[in-house]
Design a binder for this molecule. Sequence first.
Ligand code: ZN
Length: 425
Amino acid sequence: MSFIVDLSIYAIKHGRAHRVLPSLIIAQGILESASGTSELAMNANNLFGIKSGSGWSGDIYTKQTAEHNTDGTVYYIDADFQKYPTIEGCVIDLVYKYVNGTGWEAHNRYAAVLNQTDYKKATAAVKAAGYATDVNYPAKLNELIEQYELTKYDKEVDYVVKIALDAGHGINTAGKRTPDGEREWSLNNKVLLACAAKLNKYQDVQILRLDDSTGNTDVSLTTRTNKANAWKADALVSIHHNAFDGKWGSHGGVETLVQEITASKASKDIAAIIQPRIVFAMGLRNRGVKTDNLHMLRESSMPAILTEGGFMDSTTDIGALRSDAKLKAQGEAIADGLAVYFKLKLKVAGTPVPPKEDEELKFSSPALKKETETSLVSRAHRQIIVAAAVKSGAHASWTDKLGNNTLTDADVLGLAVKYTVTVNK
Ligand SMILES: [Zn+2]
């Protein structure tokens, strides 16, 4: 049973995201890998007998394999199979095959596998697409799905997004205060409470707080990340406010940090979605998404960001930091950004507004939309980002892409994140 439980985690994560039934993925895994005990599963983490195609650049595992003629008779061939570092990689590959097709046909022969709610239709579609030569393949999968009650993994109802929230420091932590003695934790706490309140307006969200909610104890960073890791949070947001040298000055602005070098794509995506929202909520300068080596980002095993919602020693920013309305808006901006990333639905009575599938960034106001477009679309901004990225080691071909207008918004964000370029400088 533990094989099914282990596999179900990845089948749910990647299957649901791409509208492939987890029950189908798990049944295929059980059948094709003899519940994880097959030679291919043990030596190559290949649960589905995925053969190596021309597009495969990873490791290869060669093995003799049985094939079936259409009349059911068996013959043997030597075949190359894809070797994966983890089982999850194999699940991703199977799901991508269904989503994208074979890669050598214009038409996706697996299209009918997607968006099914009836597992019998899904297993029939897999066979119809020519996935397996065994004529009894769908019947065998259906039997496994029924025997192990795998349809329970198809239900959306038990899917909960777990968000770990962290107000940086404690109320008495030395140094973490404005030149006038106002405490950073108090600012962080107000943002956290507003963020949690807004998150609770969405369906299927659980929140875990990592700091001491009274502020009296500055909980150690190790305790904080251990707590988030043990809880298996889906994302971690550590909320902070910046300081330059503790003396009033005209510096200022909002930035969001991800771990240098090792940040996951999810961390960068979440940062890219949340950063402009905080900028707009606070009405402060946009310092962009940056990288650093920080405990909360490095030692957490889920996508993690650290927000700096303005400078506590900035004469420009302090007005916004002293405004409870702006801190509330900042917390809600973080919650709304998470909602966009995790595709959360608001708990609304009455007629729900159907979500737009292709709308990656949902803007809460026309002004925010304009702000983000200015960062991304403005040619001047793009030139600054590309020039700085190339100067710090990005390939020179990015300049060509800028020149011939093939640079996408994702490219620009990627360059900005990777090379720690300040968007508005
Ligand atoms: Zn801090």
